[in-house]
Design a protein around this ligand. Structure first.
Ligand SMILES: Cc1cc2nc3c(=O)[nH]c(=O)nc-3n(C[C@H](O)[C@H](O)[C@H](O)COP(=O)(O)O)c2cc1C
Length: 141
């Protein structure tokens, strides 16, 4: 399986989370290309069976949460017609619906969203591992 993991990150948490997801998928046998959203690997995206997109939670901590860098993601990623995508956000206190809004953004680009999660920035390892298990379960069935 060919996977692209791409992320938007200001202070490194989401990059770390993306690296954990990529590592878990590689361990499961996937061929993984990883990089920031603003330098997309168009060939890898075109060839991918699955695209994973991660970003951070922006907002006023308890209200107005949204995917950070959403404009950048919308601008930088090409259309993802019928691509299967999983997405995640990292957060500090309360992600609200930011992960669902990220999935909506990707669906607006034509993707088929199979799952959207929120990883607490202090539990990246555990939350990334659960996320990867969900992907492996889906492809194992
Ligand atoms: C401007 C700004 C707004 C944020 N708003 C929220 C928020 O509403 N809820 C929340 O849980 N975390 C919020 N955070 C925390 C980040 O989402 C969190 O630290 C995330 O892991 C940062 O990811 P990064 O290191 O990849 O940039 C905010 C951070 C910033 C810089």
């Amino acid at each position: 399986m060919q996977v692209v993991v791409t992320y938007e990150s200001r202070t490194g948490n989401t990059r770390t989370a993306a690296q954990l997801v990529a590592g878990g998928l590689k361990d499961a046998g996937a061929e993984v290309t990883i990089g920031p959203v603003d330098t997309p690997d168009f060939k890898a995206l075109a060839d991918a069976d699955l695209v994973v997109v991660g970003t951070w939670t922006d907002g006023a901590f308890f209200l107005g949460q949204r995917p950070g860098g959403a404009g950048n993601i919308a601008r930088s990623l090409p259309d993802l017609w019928d691509k299967r995508v999983y997405s995640f956000v990292t957060y500090a206190l309360n992600p609200g619906r930011s992960h669902e809004k990220l999935a909506d953004l990707l669906e607006a680009k034509g993707a088929r969203s199979l799952g959207a999660s929120a990883f607490h920035r202090n539990r990246l390892q555990d939350d990334a591992s659960t996320f990867v298990d969900g992907i492996i379960d889906y492809y194992g069935n």
